[in-house]
Each structure stands twice: as structure tokens, then as C-alpha cells.
Design a protein around this ligand. Sequence first.
Ligand SMILES: Cc1ncc(COP(=O)(O)O)c(C=O)c1O
Length: 425
Amino acid sequence: MESKTNGKELLSPVWTHLTEIEVVKGKGIYLYDKEDNEYLDFTSGIGVVNTGHCNPNIVKRIQEQATELLFGQMNCVIPSVTIELVEKLNSITPERIDRFFISNSGAEAIEASIKLAKHATGRHNIIVMQGSFHGRTHLTMAMTTSKTVYRHRYAPHTSGIFVAPSPYAYFYGWDEETTVDFCIKQLDLLLHGQSAPDETAAIIIEPLMGEGGYVPMPKTYLQHLREICDEHGILLIMDEVQSGFGRTGKMFCFEHTNVEPDILVMAKGLGSGLPISAIGSSKKIMEKWTPGTHGGTYGGGSTIPVAAACATIDTILEENLLENSTLRGGQLVNLLKNLQLNYPVMGDVRGLGLMVAVEFTDENGKPDGDTCAKIVQECLKRKMLLLSCGTYKNIIRWIPPLIVTESQINDAVSIFDEALYTILS
Ligand SMILES: Cc1ncc(COP(=O)(O)O)c(C=O)c1O
């Protein structure tokens, strides 16, 4: 029977798409369409396929798991592979984190972290950072301030959420020390003027702010948050949904500092493309989470994502992907900084590991979203996928799979150079 509509028209328009190419295959850092056109994927599906598309180790583990057990609902039984996963998570997280809860998406894990923080402290307010992105469910939307589009026409929003400024020095046009001082003062003001410490359950921060602009949070600011939290019994939650699993050259971004979270939120890179997320915290905190007050049908019980997560952690460690992330990230930043000398519109180049950003600003230092959008389109014409981010959509984020090679980084930067030349000359 002939279809009445083009299949694509059946998709809800609520999805935006970087491109409408229909992909049928993925291998390493490449995606392929029906005509076998090859696309250089520098998005990793927004930081998900850190081990590369269809990494053979992950595929093999999934195939093996599929023949053994697909589902063992956590409120009914405990799948053995889920024990294997929490043991692996325990081995890659700090000593203070030794209890884990598994769910399906980043937003779901953020929800879990907030519910845990509220139960463990008996307090109801949450402090988030300006520019944060924590998800699209009703609670996580209210915690998200990276762009108004995520909140528009969805009011009323969940109450008890307060926004502190982020130490984003390039945006303010200040040096790092001045910016951190300002943010510390503003946080103090917030704790005295709006959310008293004894009503504040948690402060949540992305140690490298993602959707809001790819901004590494200064170590001094994170240290300050740790001190404030310790002083007042507030829990420090780190959202490592995008920055985790080797993305910044460490297993978790907070390892670049000596600041550890009370609750760690993980997703994206954990499953190499399968839907899985997790939170980790201490026995002391988790024991305050009343049994039965949280859970879900699939989290931890759907064994294929769990098996994929086990294989992902093994692959990151066995294939030295942390080292590759650091080396290739360093190469990428150097090449981009060289290009910056020719193109002043590349206002800032920054990042850690393979979580790298180019921020476009005009001659007056104002965000230049137009140039950014044109560059993304020019790169697409040359079959390279790059995503933008930032409140003003003026930042290009570089997030290739962590298996990317030296020559693939060179190829990508050449394409970017051609795109810049085409748009700006
Ligand atoms: C830092 C951060 N937190 C939370 C989320 C939400 O994750 P999900 O889209 O899996 O719900 C994202 C997604 O981009 C993210 O980048």
C-alpha cells in the first residue's frame, strides 16, 4: 500500500534537527545515509557515543546480554548485570560515593538527585546556576536557564528553584578572579536574601557548563561551593550528564579539581547510545532516601542498557580513551587557536579534553549567532556535523567520539577553516 504521507511528516514537529539526513549506519566517528554518504560526526549525538558509533565491544556485549536476559524488574528481582554495573561505577567514583541508583535518561537522573537531596536534608529549595541545562521534564525544565525556549509557555514552573550567576568570565569580559569574586558575593546575597541555608537542600552545578556555553567552572568557585555546602549542610550535586565518561580527559570533570560532589549525576556517555543514567552518593545520604518513595519500571532492570554501560566503562579504560581525549583535545584547541589569529570573530577558544568550544563575537564583543549558524551550515555542506550552544546560539561545541584520531581532527579543522573562509572572506 502506498503511503499517504512522507514518513518524516509523521514526526512531531517538536523535535528540532541539525540536519534531516536519514542515517542508516554508524561506525567510529562516521554516520552514513542510505546513499552511503559519509558524515564526520563531531556531535557524538550530543556527547553520547563517546566510544564511537557501534563500538564492537559494546555491540558484542549487547548481543550476548540479549540472548541471556532482557529484563529483571528491580522491584521484583535484581539482575546480576546490574550488580556488575554498580561495582564498576563504584570503582571509578571517589570513596565518598558508594551507593547508586539507575534510571533511563539524564533528566530522570537529575529528578532523582533532587528527590534524594530533599529527602536527605528535609529542605525544599534548590540553587541552580545561570546558563544551566538539566533536562526537559517539568522539574528539570524549571532548573534550566540556558535558553528561554525550554521554558516558554510552560508556566507555572516548579517553585523553590533559585538561580545564581555562573562564573563565565568571557561573557562578563572580566578576568577569572574578578568573575569568581562577583559570583561568590551574589551567591552569598542569594543565601541571605532569597533561600536561607536551612531551607536549601542542594546546589547543583555542571562542572563544565554544557548547553549554556561550554564553560569550564573555575576550580576556585567549585572549592567555594564545597565550603558553603559543608558549612550549612547543603548537598553539592554535580551534573556530569554531558561532561562525564572521559569527555574532558578524566572519567569525570570534577577530577580536574579537588572538589567532590555529594551526589553525582551521570547519563549520556554511560550507555554508548543506549538509554541509561545513574546517580551516585554516599551510604549516609542514600540511607535517608525512604524505600519505595522513588523508582521506575525500567531503570536498572532493562539489562541491555546496563550491559552496554558495563562494556562502555571497560572500553574507556582498556582503550585509553581518557588519554586520547586529553591528547586530541589539546591538538584541537591548538589548531583552533591558530585559526583564531586569522579570524577575530572567533572570540574565545576554550575547553577541557574533547569538550571544546569556539565562541563567536562581533567587533564590539557582542554574541554573533548569525556567523555561528552560517558556519554550522557550511560544515554540513562539507558533510561534517557540528552543534552550536549558548544562550545566544553563538558557540560551536566540538564533541567528537573519544576514539577520534589525529588525522580526523586535522580533517575536521580543515573543513571548519574552509567554512570560515567561505563565510568571512
Ligand atoms: C548537563 C545535562 N544535564 C541533563 C541533561 C538531560 O539529559 P536527557 O536529555 O538525557 O534527559 C542534559 C542533556 O543534554 C545535559 O547536557
